[in-house]
Design a protein around this ligand. Structure first.
Ligand SMILES: Cc1cc2nc3c(=O)[nH]c(=O)nc-3n(C[C@H](O)[C@H](O)[C@H](O)COP(=O)(O)O)c2cc1C
Length: 346
């Protein structure tokens, strides 16, 4: 339905022609359970949270734990960051034995601890080093597809996304993802979709647009505005894996039916179970909280439901609260679901 730009899809990623809705890498968020939940709701591809190439190279156990893709169904990408071309190349060689469909390089992270070592978005201000890194990774990948994700520049005075995009294409990246913000902007203000549109025009390879897509309307607006090959979503998917169904409905020109309150409870229940399987009882329960809180935000009684869930220290307790909430009904239909805990316990 969209007038997307016709692009050159590398034969190594012929499967990418139909990949339109991607779950962005998010540190501390896009673990395997969340990727599974998003995939269940129609994400065409998911990414592990970014990992330090040096951490992989020095065999840091915690870093390797983030790469947990063995046997993962569907399309999945691994993302690395770093400032040392030799470590980036070494990490690439190690990762080739892992289950992944693409290896992505992070040139967008604005976090101080990454930038001060000249990794992530700091490389936008050091183009020669960025080039050395992408060439080292592509060479080490030995024919395995490499992509890159980056921002529009370090700051408004040094926008260089077109130069970087052309460089990445020339160095052999199979696609690029542009987050339409500068490093200095971090997550403030709006993503500038004009920059994405310009990059789409300038490159032959697919450009994935990223920034501020939170529902079907914004998905449609970004795709129409930029003609990008696909859209990557990050914050909008937290607590809202239905975002992928919304985008799918837009692609099919169909109306989207929001999930029932019961379905929301059931998905969160499954998320609790998966996180606990993956990370153990304590961490699993902690990690899933932010998703649940975001999911019910804005519902009548949401604050109370959150309080009840946060008071639970075990997955069994959290699941009991969610099951009771599901039984109690849909607050949008007027049920005063969570006015007091006794209602939920019944
Ligand atoms: C909690 C959090 C963690 C993130 N971690 C990563 C990461 O590991 N790698 C990456 O490329 N971008 C990361 N990002 C940036 C997002 O992938 C995305 O580019 C940005 O949030 C803009 O998209 P959005 O408007 O859909 O959220 C992170 C963002 C958030 C909010």
């Amino acid at each position: 339905m969209f007038d997307r730009k016709t692009v050159r899809i590398d034969e190594r990623i012929s499967w990418f022609s139909e990949v339109r809705h991607l779950l962005s890498p998010m540190s501390g968020v896009t673990d395997r359970p969340f990727r599974a939940i998003c995939r269940d709701h129609g994400a065409h591809m998911g990414f592990c949270e970014f990992t330090s190439a040096s951490g992989l190279y020095f065999e840091n156990e915690q870093t390797w734990k983030l790469i947990d893709t063995e046997g993962e169904p569907g399309r999945v990408g691994i993302q690395i960051f770093g400032q040392d071309p030799a470590h980036m190349a070494a990490a690439t060689r190690l990762l080739l034995a892992r289950r992944m469909d693409v290896l992505d390089i992070n040139f967008g992270c604005p976090a101080k601890k990454v930038v001060k070592k000249c990794g992530g978005s700091a490389l936008l201000a050091n183009v020669p080093l960025l080039e050395e890194i992408v060439r080292a990774v592509v060479e080490a990948a030995d024919g395995f597809p490499v992509s890159a994700k980056f921002r529009t520049g370090w700051d408004d005075a040094s926008l260089n996304y077109e130069e970087i995009g052309a460089l990445l294409q020339e160095a052999g990246c199979v696609w690029v993802t542009l987050h339409g913000r500068t490093r200095n902007q971090k997550y403030r203000g709006h993503a500038d979709w004009d920059t994405i549109a310009r990059l789409v025009d300038a490159l032959d390879i697919p450009v994935i647009g990223n920034g501020d897509v939170v529902d079907g309307d914004s998905y449609r607006a970004m795709t129409e505005h930029t003609r990008c090959h696909g859209v990557m979503v990050a914050r909008g998917a937290i607590g809202n894996p239905w975002l992928f169904q919304q985008m799918d409905a837009v692609d099919r020109s169909e109306a989207w039916v929001p999930p029932s309150f019961r379905a929301m409870c059931e998905v969160n229940r499954r998320h609790v179970e998966l996180e606990v399987q993956q990370r153990g009882e304590k961490t699993g329960c902690m990690v899933v909280r932010k998703h649940i809180a975001k999911c019910f935000k804005g519902y009548p009684g949401a604050a109370h439901l959150r309080k009840l869930l946060y008071a639970e220290e075990t997955s069994a307790g959290m699941i009991a609260v969610l099951d009771a909430a599901a039984r109690a009904g849909d607050p949008r239909l007027g049920a005063d679901l969570v006015r007091n805990p006794e209602d939920l316990a019944s």
